[in-house]
Design a protein around this ligand. Structure first.
Ligand code: 5RP
Length: 252
């Protein structure tokens, strides 16, 4: 058994090798144990959060959960929740949420996150900022020493107007860290990926640790043309990690 940061011993999850999707499902199901009847819930986006939304739908159908109101973080999750019969609302009607459950692309040792490789970072941040508790669910491959440390993208949502200009300014901002800024594309013809809000995404790739994340966050947000970035700093209250050796739960 592995030792969790909270000192609890976690039993091995299985004797065989679990797939990444199975680990995601295990983390998601664990998170849904935090859900109680009557809660207003932030419903995350992505392949991990999808398992949590499925599970909430299942428990509602079985009558084990009642009077849940879901606030989806993307059009895709909205569709999924509608198909499961989960009652939905929005932040205008429910500005304070009890709990949100969502995945992440990277998690550092301080529970800071990179999100948005699925493209839903703006709505995710708006919803998850409004939650009393934010439970993050990942498989162990998402753990990094520092954000940007996996060599994968740090997404920034920008307005389409003169996106090249904004992308160049973002790259310049972090040129000391070997930053390369790339417009996210979709489809065979390489059209820009368009977010649920009609915006574009520029993915930043760093060669080095960008250091103080709050400074980086402020500098990115100060650029005209930037809508939001995918660093979720100090927001997660609980992290659930599923790995081959068990489930680890870390609270802030
Ligand atoms: C979408 C997100 C997702 O939560 C993140 O990309 C993790 O996705 P997955 O659970 O599919 O690995 O931030 O904008």
């Amino acid at each position: 058994p592995s030792s969790t940061p909270s000192g609890l011993l976690a039993p091995p999850l299985s004797s065989g090798i679990l797939t990444q999707d199975e680990l995601k499902k295990i983390a998601a199901y664990k998170a849904v144990e935090y859900v109680e009847s009557g809660m207003v819930l932030g419903l995350g986006t992505g392949s991990t959060a999808k398992h949590a939304v499925d599970r909430i739908g299942e428990l509602l159908r079985q009558g084990k959960l009642k009077n849940i109101i879901g606030i989806p973080t993307s059009k895709k999750t909205h569709e999924q929740a509608v198909s499961l019969g989960i009652p939905l609302s929005d932040l205008d009607s429910h500005p304070v949420l009890d709990l949100a459950i969502d995945g992440a692309d990277e998690v550092d040792p301080h529970l800071n996150l990179v999100k948005g490789r699925g493209g839903s970072l703006l709505r995710e941040k708006m919803v998850e900022c409004a939650c009393k508790k934010f439970v993050v669910i990942v498989d162990e491959s998402k753990l990094v020493k520092y954000l940007g440390g996996s060599g994968l993208a740090m997404p920034v949502e920008i307005v389409p107007f003169c996106w090249n200009f904004t992308a160049a300014r973002l790259q310049k901002l972090f040129e000391g860290y070997g930053c390369v800024a790339k417009l996210r594309t979709s489809g065979e013809n390489g059209e820009p990926f368009v977010t649920d809000n009609g915006n574009y995404i520029v993915d930043l790739y760093f060669k080095e640790d960008i250091g103080d994340l709050n400074v980086a966050s402020d500098e990115i947000l100060r650029l005209a043309g930037v809508v939001e970035h995918g660093m979720f700093l100090g927001m997660a209250t609980t992290l659930i990690v599923a790995g081959e050796l068990g489930i680890t739960i870390k609270n802030k």
